[in-house]
Design a binder for this molecule. Structure first.
Ligand code: FES
Ligand SMILES: [Fe+2]
Length: 362
């Protein structure tokens, strides 16, 4: 008997503010989220602030060199602690100047010694689970979350194999892309290449061979792995050193729900990470890296080419889809799930939508 046709997810999953609120409290607060790069905060006291699931956080490097992440809130009367990025000897609250050690422990505060029975050691910033994943800092607001190697078995090792210099990399450029759509529309668009041949000329002719593109869930965990052969190496838009293993391959690892590592031919690593702001607004960041963050025309040009072609093309697609999901005339259509997989199949979207459904409906 044939498997029944799978219909695409109902529009309300993308447009209903109540479902978005549920995702913010549930899915996005219990999964591993991309925070930044460890080499952006190399020195003791270096920090950067960011937001996950509506919560203000900051990561800071301690005297023991370890990166810790805290909620960005003073334990006195809740003022925010730091903004942007910088370096601090101790963390000083701008409201009444309470100071905290880099471990989050309260160090001192004006006149706190006058309070009978006040025990300084009982006050500490609230720490958030933090992992270093090949130099990338990830956080999870759920204290009981399983470690990343259980969520994404084998991915850490595979990235290190495809990008042998991954530990030396530092960010060269961040490209920020606001999109007027629900985050899931953007993530789904990233996770299928059924649309590539007619929408991404540069990607499909300059980087990969769309005929061989496939996206499959890895055996265990929550990773969708993209694999493809490349176009003829002579047609590459940048030079590639073919003596490095895997230099002639393209691969990417999408880590549910909103991060992806991409390895371009030439072992060039770049990343995607998403932030959901509202039911109908998200931002995608493209990250580009070089050893030590040293300048590179090749990488800068790749970032520009990617922004002007693939990224630009995708913005129009996802924003049109989002307008369509609010149309009274839309009935969810069948996903094109080809049992053989391949570029013209949406089996990867089927998998994603299954995770999306489970996150909301249990
Ligand atoms: S709120 Fe931070 S010192 Fe008072
Ligand atoms: Fe695309």
């Amino acid at each position: 008997m044939n498997a029944p046709v799978t219909l695409s997810l109902d529009a309300r999953y993308y447009t209903d503010p109540a479902i978005f609120a549920k995702e913010m409290d549930g899915l996005l607060s219990t999964t591993w989220q991309f925070a930044g790069h460890a080499n952006d905060i190399p020195k003791v006291g270096d920090y950067f602030a960011f937001e996950i699931a509506g919560q203000q956080l900051f990561s800071i490097r301690g005297r023991d060199k370890q990166v810790r992440t805290f909620y960005n809130v003073c334990q006195h009367r809740a003022h925010g602690l730091v903004q942007g990025s910088g370096n601090a000897r101790v963390v000083v609250c701008p409201y009444h100047a309470w100071t905290y050690e880099l471990t989050g422990h309260l160090r001192n505060g004006p006149n706190i010694g006058s309070v009978p029975g006040f025990e300084k050691s009982t006050v500490c910033l609230t720490e958030v689970r933090t992992e270093d994943f090949n130099g990338f800092i990830f956080v999870n607001l759920d204290d009981d979350a399983a470690p990343m190697d259980e969520w994404f078995p084998g991915v850490r090792e595979e990235i290190a194999e495809y990008v042998p210099n991954v530990q030396e990399l530092a960010p060269l450029e961040w490209v920020e892309i606001p999109e007027k759509c629900n985050w899931k529309v953007s993530v789904e668009n990233y996770s299928e290449c059924y649309h590539c041949p007619i929408n991404h000329q540069t990607f499909a002719t300059g980087v990969i061979n769309p005929e061989t593109y496939d996206i499959q869930p890895m055996d265990r965990g929550y990773t969708l792995r993209h694999t493809t052969e490349c176009q003829s190496m002579e047609k590459m838009t940048y030079p590639v050193d073919l003596s490095v293993p895997h230099a002639d391959e393209y691969r990417s690892w999408f880590l549910w729900p909103m991060v992806s590592f991409q390895c371009y031919p030439g072992n060039v690593l770049n990343t995607y990470h998403w932030r959901a702001h509202d039911v109908d607004r998200c931002t995608v960041w493209r990250g580009w890296y070089t050893p030590g963050g040293q300048d590179s025309d090749v990488i800068r040009n790749l970032a520009i080419q990617d922004r002007e072609t693939t990224v630009e093309e995708d913005i129009h697609l996802v924003e049109s889809v989002y307008r369509g999901l609010k149309s009274k005339g839309y009935r969810p259509g069948p996903l094109v799930v080809d049992p053989k997989g391949g570029v013209s199949s949406e089996h990867s979207v089927q998998k994603l939508q299954q995770w999306m459904r489970e996150a909301v409906d249990g």
